[in-house]
Design a protein around this ligand. Structure first.
Ligand code: ATP
Length: 260
């Protein structure tokens, strides 16, 4: 971790989708955000406020936008090996084993296979998938598949992990377990994480700062600091200090259905 140094810089970011046969949509409007190296930042906001759009832009998956977006001082102009992405669905290839799925970025980026295999086993150990490398995705539970997706995103040792509702499809108990797992992985890896969620408790449990977005067009309504010590336990979220943070975030959504 290198505190005080912005790894991700977003200034004046506006994204307008212009479909050929319908009216344009302003997904993001003049968004500014700096994320420091090693920081965990969560994005929350109502459906359609541009959270996924923001993440895709950071991932270099959206070619056109207005404003400045940089990663490590370099303007984002396409996918980068400095970034790992985890989506809501694990998107594992069904005909490949778990280990073969995790190794995909090593193959695509033509990195050293031996070192990649060592790291894959290390990551599988870390997330509790040791011994499952030879299984196929359908043989694993949803939570295990999502853990494999996290290993795949981390296999090439990216600086930044972008996560788009990674636990949204999991049952409540698995989701809580995955939140604790992710905190542990983040604490040991020192990665910079940007995490999209609809769940305010999840955002407050995981993040150093919670970025609250307005309904579309997405702007930043408030950035809420979460001043709770690490490592956090789920029980910590029932304390008065956590309650103040949760209320502060929830106040933005009193008339919205997004609150979990
Ligand atoms: N490829 C696209 N073409 C046209 N419009 C799009 C496209 N992608 C997103 N949009 C529109 O941009 C707006 C923001 O979408 P986005 O998916 O970024 O929101 P979101 O906050 O992630 O939503 P949700 O919480 O429901 O996933 C929405 O109105 C959406 O319909």
């Amino acid at each position: 971790m290198n505190p005080g140094r912005a790894l991700i810089e977003v200034r004046g970011l506006t994204k307008v989708y212009r479909p050929r046969r319908s009216t344009p949509t302003i997904a993001l409007d003049n968004v500014a955000l700096s994320v420091e190296e090693g920081e965990f930042v969560a994005l929350v906001g109502p459906s359609g406020c541009g959270k996924t759009t923001m993440l895709k832009i950071l991932a270099g998956l959206v070619p056109t936008f207005d404003g400045h977006v940089s990663l490590g001082g370099h303007p984002v102009s396409g996918p980068s090996s400095d970034v790992g992405v985890v989506f809501q669905q694990p998107t594992l290839l069904p005909w490949r084993t778990i280990l073969e799925n995790i190794m995909i970025p090593i193959e695509v980026q033509r990195l050293d296979k031996g070192a990649g295999l060592d790291r894959a086993h290390q990551l599988m150990d870390t997330v509790g998938l040791a011994g499952f490398g030879d299984k196929y995705p359908k043989e694993l539970s949803g939570g295990m598949q999502q853990r494999a997706g996290i290993c795949r995103a981390l296999i090439h040792d990216p600086k930044v992990l972008l996560m788009d509702e990674p636990f949204g499809a999991l049952d409540a108990m698995t989701r809580e377990f995955m939140n604790e797992e992710l905190q542990r992985i983040w604490l040991t890896s020192g990665k910079t994480v940007v995490f999209v969620t609809h769940s305010i408790p999840e955002a407050a449990f995981l993040a150093d700062r919670v970025v609250v977005m307005t309904p579309r067009p997405g702007r930043i309504a408030e950035v809420v600091d979460v001043d709770l010590s690490r490592p956090r336990s789920l029980g910590d979220m029932a304390t008065a200090a956590a309650g103040i943070t949760l209320d502060r975030i929830r106040a933005h959504f009193n008339n919205s259905s997004m609150v979990d």
